[in-house]
Design a protein around this ligand. Sequence first.
Ligand code: SAM
Length: 280
Amino acid sequence: MERLYKPHRVIELLKAYGFHMSKSLGQNFLIDGNIVRKIVDLAEVDGENVLEIGPGLGTLTEEIAARAKRVLAVEIDKRLQPVHEETLAYDNLRVHYDDFLKMDPVLIDEAFDGEPFVVVSNLPYYVTTAILTKVIEQTKAKRIVVMVQKEVARRFSAKPSTKDYGSLSVFVQFYAHVSYGFDVPKTVFIPNPNVDSAVVKFELRDRVADVDRENLFKIVRGAFSKRRKTLLNALSTYGFDLSKAEIEQALEASNIDPKRRAETLTPEEYIVLSINMKVT
Ligand code: SAM
């Protein structure tokens, strides 16, 4: 069967099924074979179990199914079922129709017999953070390769002391080693989206069991609340129930100069600080 990523094939399918793309579900479909292959190459799916969130017409899905062990694709839009019956008839693939955010994660474990898996997704941008948070916190994903807004990809993968580095960078890098994959032009989608996109890769770290995440994330938020000020100044005016002297002590116990700014600390330094500074 002819591959889906040919623009004329996508247009034919949309016409044949009278399918109208939904803007509110973030339906921008890929039509470029090179980009599809680059995403799947980056995800290293050969012989792996793969969860795809939002298969759309199935453009990425068919490339994944050709290489992976098993594929579970979760699609919110049930109107795509008849299209999938034509485009996604692979023995190692199952499509589950549900909102990923409402889906019981146990179903993913069942699909893969409890084995770890890779996530690949051209994410609907309006739910990027919610979907990633669910994948990271509630599933056994070992690697995630996703297309997101370019600006968000930069923030996810930013290094300390760069302009894109902020609380979001520390949050995601607490969970994963994040690397920027590549840019994706607007022209490879039907319809063209309003924003530029990029593909980003997360290699999930082993869970750091004894870190109080709520405490850590509050400190990170407090530190970045005044990016231009010193850490001591930002943290002591944020409203934590600690005196300036106590905060200074916690910074010193963590080997962090109180005069440094939030954007210079690595995620590891924030973890050490969170052990010495209790704000919850
Ligand atoms: N993977 C396809 C591609 O690259 O051409 C489609 C990508 S499109 C940007 C996003 C897809 O996610 C759409 O098919 C949309 O219906 C689906 N989607 C949106 N919100 C979802 C959700 N909460 N759960 C599952 N799928 C969702």
